[in-house]
Design a protein. Structure first.
Length: 368
């Protein structure tokens, strides 16, 4: 004869067990992300904030674990590792993969604002409303990798860089061995006669200390200070054209992504959209604080970039862009999209921002 009390107790136990099993299964979705940076880097802090948003939005069914540079593969192999499924995710800058497809340069670091005046806000506007995201989603297929990309950190502008002595002209600049980014932005420096060398962020300070290089750029005050450039170099130039905007992004293995629930996919999208604006807001304030610390506590001297740098670099960038468009149809399509957007948006944005920039500069001058 059936015992109702026993059956009820058994049903409750089974239900609890199934609930625990379901919760455990959901919690097993861990997106391990191999970064190209040490976990102390400022960009990783922003990536971890993105991960917290994803975990909160999914009630913990999808969590992110950030692995430091070199944990699974070398920095240059991160995208291939994600493609092959050796690690579920990767984090770098889109232009790091310019060797796989030249158009990656236009998403990661559109050289000289892609020649049409795109700053980070204008770039974000193009990405979200001017057709950029649709092109970005096609980039990975154009590369031939099994990856879903998420743009996260379109920050900038980046500083020209650090020097051991003041420079007053391009002739002075050309005397230095200069760490520059990889890809098109670094090639433009080579094309104007600068002895530029690409290397990872963690390698820059040791190279400066050993004398392998004697000038460098990485990013901006907060990130540069974290790497310790102020320990070796004291002359800092904020105005540069090479990376008016620079974007860091997340790469998720396509099979892992396809195995996520609709809610988890949406959480990645929503958190990524939040990261786009949060990263810019964060960087403005943090860069301001870091710049004060560099000047007041470390004896760093700020200089204006030599005037002849701008036309020289702009001409080299324009030539590289034209060559890229002539050599690859998808590159040409992306660049044309940026130019079409700029023809509409930049006259307004540049005109409106000119007075703000002048007011800001006047206020900054009163603080000297």
């Amino acid at each position: 004869m059936f015992n109702l009390k026993t059956l009820t107790k058994g049903a409750v136990i089974s239900a609890v067990a199934l609930s625990v099993m379901a919760t455990t299964a959901m919690a097993e979705k861990v997106l391990r992300i191999q970064s190209v940076l040490p976990n102390s880097a400022d960009e990783v802090k922003m990536l971890e904030a993105f991960g917290k948003d994803v975990a909160d939005l999914t009630d913990g069914s999808l969590t992110l674990e950030v692995l430091p540079a070199g944990a699974v593969v070398g920095s240059r192999d991160v995208l291939d590792a994600v493609d092959a499924g050796l690690v579920e995710g990767g984090f770098a800058w889109t232009h790091y993969w310019g060797g796989k497809h030249s158009a990656a340069n236009l998403f990661g670091a559109p050289v000289a604002g892609a020649g049409v005046g795109l700053d980070n806000l204008a770039f974000l506007s193009w990405f979200q409303y001017g057709g950029g995201k649709e092109l970005y989603d096609r980039l990975w297929d154009e590369m031939g990798v099994n990856v879903k990309g998420f743009m996260l950190q379109p920050v900038g502008p980046e500083a020209l860089g650090w020097f051991s002595e003041p420079i007053s002209s391009m002739d002075d600049f050309r005397k230095y061995r200069f760490r520059a980014p990889p890809g098109m932005v670094g090639q433009a420096y080579k094309d104007i006669g600068v002895a530029s060398v690409a290397m990872g962020g963690g390698d820059i300070l040791p190279a400066l200390e050993k004398g392998t290089i004697d000038a460098a750029e990485w990013c901006c005050p907060v990130a540069d200070m974290a790497f310790g450039f102020q320990k070796v170099l004291k002359h800092y130039y904020l105005q540069g054209l090479h990376q008016v905007v620079v974007n860091a992004d997340l790469y998720v293995n396509g099979d892992f992504y396809n195995g996520l629930s609709a809610l988890e996919k949406k959480a990645l999208e929503v958190a990524a959209n939040a990261s786009l604006s949060k990263s810019m807001s964060y960087r403005i304030y943090e860069n301001g604080k870091a710049l004060q610390t560099l000047v007041n506590d470390h004896g760093v001297i700020l200089h204006d970039t030599p005037a002849d740098y701008f036309p020289a670099y702009m001409a080299a960038a324009q030539k590289l862009l034209e060559n890229g468009a002539a050599e690859n149809a998808f590159f040409a399509e992306v660049w044309q999209s940026q130019k079409d957007f700029a023809n509409i948006a930049v006259p307004f944005w540049a005109g409106a921002q000119a007075s703000n920039a002048a007011l800001g500069k006047a206020h900054a001058d009163t603080l000297k």
